[in-house]
Ligand binder design. Structure first.
Ligand SMILES: Nc1ncnc2c1ncn2[C@@H]1O[C@H](COP(=O)(O)OP(=O)(O)OP(=O)(O)O)[C@@H](O)[C@H]1O
Length: 524
């Protein structure tokens, strides 16, 4: 293993290069939890530097200190060879540090341009064409006039990335920037990053996608439980060896046997047309699908093609008129007009793509978050919360999913992104549903935990549960789904068995290839 300095020190007579950013002995604790322990790190101008680590390893905490969101308890931060105390994000931006957050920091009721104008100090009207232009140039198309609450997670992340690029930073911190980008958006983003680096901008890049790190980054620093455990040239590693360095063991691959689905569907959408209230939403047309007990149906497609609208209709967040209730059926019973609580009582469980706000209440403890959807599962008795049961239930989610936290009393917001996701999945699985709908189930989750979640989903399927997974990650769908359908511009493709669903076929469907098929064209 080489160290950073071995690769960056110039052996000629040129003066030693000064790191753009240097961390010396940086430490941060939260109560008894040491999130960052004596961190030493240096980044040169023009370097694309990956920070790798399991969920909860301390990556985001470290980035937040560099961006002035958190203050270190000990240690020094040096910028361009001089000690600095980064007081807040505005100070970081003045220094030339930009950050794309994993949890979005956009105001929902403002437009994209209004949001960006808050940190750029330029009028939304003059910003709008620049936003459109930079979006166009970097393959991140986005309507500057769109209200943020109407955007998908992927589109919100685009807004964050564009905001950061507009500030022309000298160091750009990207916390899982590709996790919700469409596959076609990754290559242009990498081109952007390479261009930025060629111009001398340093990039700190956090990702759980090891192939991305191998193809993009010059160095990778590996963190485990708050400490740096290594620094490598990722191009000289394989994904397996990087994963091993990160989690300290080989990553298991989920095992599965052929599905033996039951006959009668546990979830059906029949010829469903739906125009969302949101003017920026996607209209759904003639959506039809069936999930039987003991099978996993995967919905592939790039986010923004109706995934949000479909998830809202499935979960009961958006309702159909009573006359159309039969277009959505759970275990054969029409429920299109039933609210989320009624559907849950019918055996429906749901993992939304947004863990904060929809999947969990950030300010509440994990026990109370377990109660949110688990109250019907014996956690409330005679109108009173059964405290002990609720705590045990939360504890069982924590231990089964290996959630890194201080215990069931921890507030949801104190968990790292991936750990909160693991908790939410664990909670929904433990409700013993008849049907589970999970949207982007492993978004932001490390490779080891993603494999564990996929295995849990397969095990749940084998117990006879019908599962619908909406995911942008084709690899994931190929690993867990028994059948696949693709959502494109609010239309759902015919179903393909996993054996017939190769990347080329799905890719064709993802660009609307199925719409020219005679049966669909007629239906249109
Ligand atoms: N505000 C906070 N209060 C208490 N604990 C916190 C707080 N912020 C972070 N932690 C804890 O610090 C540890 C490191 O969290 P951090 O978010 O830095 O991890 P991460 O490596 O970015 O994980 P992920 O890959 O899941 O995003 C976690 O155990 C987390 O629970």
């Amino acid at each position: 293993m080489t160290t950073l300095h071995e690769t960056t020190t110039n052996t000629s007579a040129a003066p030693p290069a000064v790191p753009l950013l240097e961390l010396v002995g940086v430490t941060k604790t939260f109560g008894a939890m040491t999130a960052n322990d004596n961190i030493a790190l240096s980044i040169m101008p023009g370097e694309i530097h990956a920070i790798l680590g399991e969920n909860g390893a301390g990556k985001s905490t470290l980035m937040k200190m560099i961006y002035g969101v958190l203050a270190p308890d000990a240690g020094r931060i040096r910028w361009n060879g001089e000690d600095v105390t980064i007081r807040d994000p505005a100070h970081a931006r003045r220094l030339g540090i930009g950050m794309v957050f994993q949890h979005f920091s956009l105001f929902e009721t403002l437009t994209v341009a209004e949001n960006i104008s808050l940190s750029i100090d330029e009028k939304p009207a003059t910003l709008a064409p620049r936003i459109a232009a930079i979006g166009e140039r970097f393959g991140l198309p986005l309507d500057p006039a769109a209200l943020v609450h109407s955007l998908s997670v992927g589109q919100r992340q685009r807004a964050e990335i564009i905001r950061c690029l507009l500030q022309a930073p000298r160091l750009i911190i990207m916390d899982e920037p590709t996790s919700v980008l469409p596959p076609s958006g990754v290559a242009p983003l990498f081109e952007t990053i390479r261009e930025l680096a060629a111009g001398g901008c340093a990039v700190l890049f956090i990702s759980h996608k090891l192939e991305e790190i191998r193809s993009l980054c010059h160095r990778a620093t590996i963190m485990r439980a708050g400490k740096i455990v290594g620094s490598v040239d990722p191009t000289a590693e394989t994904s397996e060896s990087l994963a091993r360095l990160m989690i300290g063991r080989n990553v298991p691959h989920p095992t599965r046997r052929t599905a033996r689905p039951g006959k009668d569907a546990v979830l059906e959408l029949r010829d469903l047309d739906h125009t969302p209230n949101d003017p920026f939403g996607t209209r759904l047309e003639k959506i039809g699908l069936e999930v039987r007990p003991g099978e996993i149906l995967g919905i592939a497609g790039v986010s923004g093609n109706g995934q949000r609208e479909m998830a809202a209709l499935l979960s009961g967040e958006a309702l159909l008129p009573r006359a159309e209730r039969d277009r959505i059926r759970i275990a054969g019973v029409g429920c299109g007009d039933a609210d989320a609580g009624q559907r849950r009582r019918m055996g429906f469980a749901f993992v939304p793509e947004e863990r904060n706000g929809r999947g969990a209440v950030p300010e509440m403890s994990l026990t109370l978050n377990a109660l949110l959807t688990g109250h019907g599962a014996g956690l409330v008795r005679r109108g009173f919360v059964a405290q002990r049961h609720a705590r045990h239930f939360a504890e069982s989610c924590i231990s089964a999913m290996n959630v890194r936290c201080a215990g069931p009393q921890s507030e949801a917001r104190s968990l790292s992104g991936g750990n909160l996701q693991k908790f939410i999945i664990g909670r929904e699985i433990r409700l013993a549903p008849k049907v589970l709908v999970a949207s982007q189930p492993t978004w932001g989750v490390d490779v080891g935990a993603a494999a564990a979640i996929r295995q849990e989903l397969i095990t749940l399927r084998d117990k006879g549960v019908g599962i619908l997974i909406i995911s942008e990650e084709l690899e994931e769908l190929f690993e867990v789904a028994d059948r696949l359908q693709v959502l494109f511009r609010g239309r759902l493709s015919p179903s393909l068995d996993r054996a017939e669903a190769d990347t080329a076929r799905i890719g064709d469907y993802m660009t609307g290839g199925f719409l020219s098929a005679p049966s669909i064209a007629t239906a249109a």
